[in-house]
Unconditional design. Sequence first.
Length: 47
Amino acid sequence: MSHTPFILAAYLISAVVLFWAAIAPVLNKRSLLRQLKNRQAQMDKTQ
């Protein structure tokens, strides 16, 4: 029996995890900046 499917699956899972580890901080930063802009706009509107 060949181990190729297991090795390829391990590489694929590792690639997905590394990709997510690289892209998640960027997405979180965008979300945080959007929230801060909205909060600032609300504060400017009330003053």
